[in-house]
Design a protein. Structure first.
Length: 303
């Protein structure tokens, strides 16, 4: 009896061991496949961060939203979700209002302008509809609102994230085709790029006046304002560069950051520790620079 009991116990342990090995193998394969899926970044076109902070959100040309976390010397992806077909995004911004974190994406759907608020895991939360084509957006945390530019009417609107109200702000006279937007909360200035003429306009909410701040770009596709240095960062894939402008200067001049380092920079975002992330469509990668223009690392890693 004892021998039979021991033999059955050994057989059970062997079967249990085999089952554990099978389950472990399946889990490892699943993790490997998930990891392979997470690193697929197909032509990044726009981005923003929670801050500047350690979370980076990148939208690629396949309409997949990648959620990345900034580590000391690299980026790690922890999520990836597809956006709905039929939505054509133009610009995006991170927003935090009334305890709700979200991504606001401006673009077009069925030929009309829309701004869609997404949760950080990709769920649509709210939609604002426009009669005009939405081409640029930035969040204004001090007013719990966002500023939206339209490319066909060259107008700027304000969205109240706590409600459904869309308020007309201004029309940029003489502009050809407005694009991305950046907001300076301290001075209540709105910076907006003209993608057709290569100009950057500055609008003052205090004086309700606008002016051309700087010219000479090809087709600027992204703006980011740094309140610590009062610099505006500009992505221009036509000139294959990232440029900075001192917005406090009486005669602003665009200075190239990291010359000869980029192929087609479509998007950019300020991140923690005085760094700048760039969505380089041509390099099929996200490149991270110091604010002095030194390339620190890239994602995915070339090796």
């Amino acid at each position: 009896m004892m021998r039979t009991f021991l033999r059955h116990s050994q057989d059970s342990l062997i079967r249990l061991g085999v089952l554990c090995v099978i389950l472990l193998t399946v889990a490892l394969v699943s993790q490997l496949e998930a990891g392979q899926e997470r690193i697929k970044l197909e032509r990044p076109v726009m981005m923003d961060s929670n801050g500047p902070g350690s979370e980076l959100f990148v939208l690629d040309a396949s309409l997949r939203l990648h959620e990345l976390r900034l580590m000391q010397n690299n980026l790690q992806q922890y999520g990836s979700v597809p956006l709905p077909n039929g939505f054509a995004p133009a610009d995006m911004t991170y927003a935090s209002s009334a305890g709700q974190e979200s991504l606001l994406i401006a673009g077009t759907e069925s030929g009309l302008g829309v701004v869609v608020s997404y949760s950080l895991d990709g769920r649509p939360l709210k939609t604002w509809k426009f009669r005009n084509i939405c081409s640029g957006i930035d969040f204004a945390p001090n007013t719990h609102s966002a500023y939206v530019a339209t490319s066909d009417s060259n107008e700027i609107y304000q969205l109240d994230l706590r409600g459904a109200e869309i308020t007309y702000v201004t029309r940029i006279e003489n502009a050809s085709k407005l694009g991305p937007v950046a907001f300076d909360g301290a001075r209540r200035r709105i910076y907006v790029a003209d993608v057709a003429s290569g100009r950057i306009y500055e609008y003052s909410a205090a004086t309700k006046t606008s002016k051309v701040m700087v010219t000479g770009f090809s087709a600027p596709t992204a703006l980011a304002f740094d309140p610590e240095t009062n610099r505006l960062f500009i992505a221009d894939p036509g000139r294959r560069g990232i440029f900075t402008v001192d917005t406090r200067s009486t005669k602003p001049v665009a200075v190239e950051l990291a010359p000869n380092s980029l192929k087609a920079p479509y998007g950019l975002a300020l991140i923690s520790e005085n760094r700048l992330a760039v969505a380089d469509y041509g390099a099929n990668a996200v490149l991270v620079f110091s604010l002095k223009g030194e390339l620190l690392f890239r994602f995915p890693s070339p090796d």
